[in-house]
Write a protein that binds this ligand. Sequence first.
Ligand SMILES: Nc1ncnc2c1ncn2[C@@H]1O[C@H](COP(=O)(O)OP(=O)(O)O)[C@@H](O)[C@H]1O
Ligand SMILES: [Mg+2]
Length: 254
Amino acid sequence: MIKPVSYRRKLAGKSNAHLIAFDDGRDYVVKFLQTGFEKSLPNEWVAYCLARYLGLPVPFARLVEIPENFAAMIPDSNQFTLTQFQFASLYVPDCLDGHQVKNVAGIVNAEMLAGIILLDYWLGNRDRTRKNILLQEDTKDSYYLWIIDHAEILGSYNWEISGLEKLPIGLRKSAAQKLMAVFVENEDAFFEHLESIQTIPIFLIEEIVSTIPDDWMVTDEEKKAMVTMLLKRRKKVLPKLLPRFIKNVYRPLH
Ligand SMILES: Nc1ncnc2c1ncn2[C@@H]1O[C@H](COP(=O)(O)OP(=O)(O)O)[C@@H](O)[C@H]1O
Ligand SMILES: [Mg+2]
């Protein structure tokens, strides 16, 4: 397992994320378990694994161990619950977020955008703001688009089973979503990505959920509810939502 070697800085945002250099020579954005935000790390981990499986542009991530003496040097570490594992996302340098870029002429990985929009609806991600899209310049005004921050899937960073029943099933207004939808060339892409989501083996979804570290304190019942919700939403919610999205959001932009 990689080890932290030096602390760099705190990153802006409510998650209290910290940039830390590790002994593999790379920097990672590390998130810790925090009271009141109990589902942030499980959400990040499950969303990351699913996005990665689907080939969506999420920065490489892994579970890391931050030893107690290292954690003690981190500002605001009194807000953490120090668990054995933390969530670490490989830092993508030289990015701007969706607010900072005024003129996007093209997205290099445009073929992935329909998949991101569907992933967000599938997972009930309420936090796909322009800040949670990173744009890495490729050629002038043309960017590779990365997605980050899946702490608020399943409706919240501290969801409970009863809340999962009430996840939104309708269209979301989102500037980030529009920014992406503009660059989806053909609406068939949405149906192709829907098919990818619907054919992820159930066994794999269960396996991913089962790898949530024990001390992140997600109960077996909650893990089961997560899987049930993911299966239900991909089968029942997405197929109804997609035609409405195409009619009300996608087509008016094209
Ligand atoms: N993998 C990454 N590469 C580069 N910057 C990142 C990465 N992950 C997070 N960041 C930066 O850190 C900020 C906070 O991280 P984020 O996951 O969005 O947490 P939150 O918004 O919940 O505090 C982001 O807005 C972004 O600027
Ligand atoms: Mg964020």
